[in-house]
Design a protein around this ligand. Structure first.
Ligand SMILES: Cc1ncc(COP(=O)(O)O)c(C=O)c1O
Length: 399
């Protein structure tokens, strides 16, 4: 290869001799991103969002760094029950479940002394959790998921999540929880995804960025008022909340200043996938990537790799495709994207890559990369120092 960027050469040397495709995490950058999140959290602790890491070893590494709590924000009840067997505790499941076997597994872990809190947002989810608690003879902690999307004229700014949108509906749910013998209200979570997970400094989109930032400003005020009001109403009614969880990687700067919030949630800021590249309020560096081997050279300036079609969830479109990362300036072909078994890449004019050499890519989302690989190669100081399993490598697939 000609004119290698130093970063390309660094990862190529670090992964020399490894079987490709391979996913990797640069621990030096991962640790720097931990520091960044820690700094940005201000006075609040951080609950790590497990879905954005999906590797037990790396979650443990993050939790060892204050102000990360010794606890996780999980995405499935089955996952939380399993993580409880892997040495984790204080597991808040951020999404509701009604699957009986998962609820039973959670109840068993609670019976063994682990703290697992399940998310609810409506009366319909309460009976199945209560039944699992009754069968195991344990009280199941639950938390209320408060919807923090903003309804602007002609625009739903945020995600469709919970029907609990105000103090009245939160109080009604809290009272319904209190009527169940095997349930106890443990906390509240309100995730302002439209602030925390929406890029607002994307190159080439000046007008759109300006509109998104204006919408964010308006929504932040509303989020603050709603969360504060709901927390105050619950406390005034005599409900004690062990935690009020809010925010995500992209919203620390505003969520941390809200007095009703007791802890922040984040995960994506550690791997830093492409969807988190362009935020006005923070910068971090990519720590995770994957290497594909070049197996064909179909034309001048084109290298074709094995694999690569690791499309991210969400609204399908170019933003969900993995992106060529290194060498810098490499790009995909719009008609092919990243393919099921092969991915052609247009190389920068001054770069030549031979058969068998790697190209490096980044995923659009954080933890989803781990659904494609059994292990992550951990790179530190220029070499692979450890191989750790992903959830997939542990034989775990929760959704
Ligand atoms: C409930 C909840 N909190 C927080 C987050 C933020 O996680 P991240 O920092 O990985 O974007 C998410 C992500 O979707 C979430 O669903």
């Amino acid at each position: 290869m000609n004119a290698p960027s130093s970063r390309y050469a660094y990862y190529r040397a670090a992964l020399e001799g490894q079987h490709l495709p391979a996913a990797f995490v640069d621990l030096d950058v991962f640790d720097a991103n931990l520091e960044r999140l820690a700094r940005r959290a201000g006075p609040l602790p951080i609950r790590l969002a497990s879905k954005s890491v999906r590797s037990v070893a790396l979650m443990k590494r993050a939790l060892a760094r204050p102000p990360f709590l010794n606890g996780l924000l999980c995405y499935s009840a089955g996952e939380a029950a399993w993580l409880a067997t892997q040495g984790f505790d204080d597991l808040v499941v951020a999404y509701p479940t009604v699957e009986r076997d998962d609820l039973e597994a959670v109840a068993r872990q609670i019976g063994e002394g682990r703290r697992i809190t399940l998310m609810v947002d409506g009366a319909g989810q309460l009976d199945p959790i209560d039944a699992a608690g009754a069968a195991a003879g344990v009280v199941m902690p639950v938390a209320i998921d408060l919807d923090l999307s903003s309804d602007f004229p002609g625009l739903h700014f945020g995600v469709y999540r919970s029907p609990v949108k105000d103090a009245e509906s939160a109080l009604a749910l809290a009272h319904a929880i209190a009527r169940h013998k095997y349930l106890t209200l443990d906390g509240l979570m309100g995730y302002e995804g439209q602030i925390a997970g929406l890029a607002d400094a994307v190159p080439g989109q000046r007008l759109k960025n300006a509109i998104i930032r204006a919408l964010k400003r308006r929504s932040i005020t509303e989020v603050r008022q709603r969360r504060t009001r709901v927390v105050a109403a619950l406390r005034d009614a005599g409900f004690s909340l062990r935690f009020v969880n809010g925010g995500g990687t992209g919203s620390f700067e505003t969520t941390r200043d809200e007095p009703s919030v007791t802890e922040l949630a984040a995960g994506s800021g550690l791997y830093l996938p492409t969807l988190f590249d362009h935020y006005e309020v923070f910068r971090a560096e990519p720590a995770a990537g994957f290497a594909l081997p070049v197996v064909r050279l179909p034309g001048e300036g084109i290298a074709t790799c094995s694999g690569g079609g690791y499309i991210a969830s969400g609204p399908a479109g170019p933003s969900r495709l993995p992106q060529p990362w290194l060498p810098e300036g490499s790009s995909l072909f719009a008609n092919e994207g990243t393919g099921e078994v092969q991915t052609p890449v247009r190389l920068p004019a001054d770069v030549k890559i031979g058969i068998g050499e790697p190209l490096f890519f980044r995923h659009a989302k954080a933890g989803e990369l781990c659904e494609r690989f059994n292990e992550l190669l951990l790179i530190q100081a220029g070499r692979v120092v450890e191989r750790v399993t992903t959830y997939r490598g542990d034989g775990k697939c929760f959704f």
